[in-house]
Design a binder for this molecule. Structure first.
Ligand code: NI
Length: 198
């Protein structure tokens, strides 16, 4: 092989390699965005006053979304308190741009009346949503939330296993970020100031 032919071959191989890297990156970044876009979707529920709420009802404002149940002994009340404190820590004008939303995963016990009662313990701007078991299942599926009734002998006293993640969604209903169960009011407030207030 002449030197010139060798240079051409090396150049071609380099081009193919570079192309593969670029294509790989594009596929990876599209998957990354695709995964983000997949959180959130259509649902039809009612709030603690019995008013219908859909995905479109949340548009135009940011939302902090949490799935749980009112009979939860510790994890849910802690998360809802943290969300409430984060909103209290914000300038009221900024807090008004964010709707905290609690979706039940326990529609059998979390009736509209039960949610109205539970609502009194947390930030007044909370929407607390329930529906038929099918509607609740559809909402949880839209947000990629896992839940399951824990094994128990009693029909009325049982625990629910559920994921404990707070999603921040933008005014278009798109996923922005999430907070784990260890998030603090200060940490959430700081993120909201940065993303919502910016
Ligand atoms: Ni819980």
């Amino acid at each position: 092989m002449s030197t010139r032919a060798f240079v051409v071959v090396v150049a071609l191989l380099s081009a193919v390699l570079a192309g593969t890297v670029v294509a790989g990156y594009l596929v990876w970044s599209r998957d990354d965005q695709g995964a983000a876009v997949m959180i959130g979707g259509p649902f039809e529920l009612v709030d603690q006053t019995g008013r219908p709420v859909t995905q479109d009802s949340l548009k135009g404002k940011w939302s902090l979304i949490y799935f749980g149940y009112t009979y939860c002994p510790d994890v849910c009340p802690t998360s809802l308190s943290v969300m409430s404190q984060a909103l209290d820590a914000l300038d009221p004008a900024l807090a008004a741009k964010v709707t905290p939303v609690f979706f039940t995963v326990d529609p059998e016990r979390d009736t509209v009346e039960q949610l109205a009662l539970y609502h009194q313990s947390f930030h007044p701007s909370f929407l607390m949503l329930t529906g038929t078991p099918e509607q609740v299942r559809a909402a949880a599926k839209a947000y990629r939330v896992y839940y399951r009734k824990a094994e128990n002998d009693s029909a009325t006293e049982y625990l629910m296993d559920h994921s404990s993640i707070t999603y921040l969604m933008n005014p278009d209903g798109g996923y922005v970020t999430h907070f784990g169960h260890d998030a603090t009011p200060e940490g959430i407030a700081e993120t909201l100031r940065k993303l919502v207030g910016g």
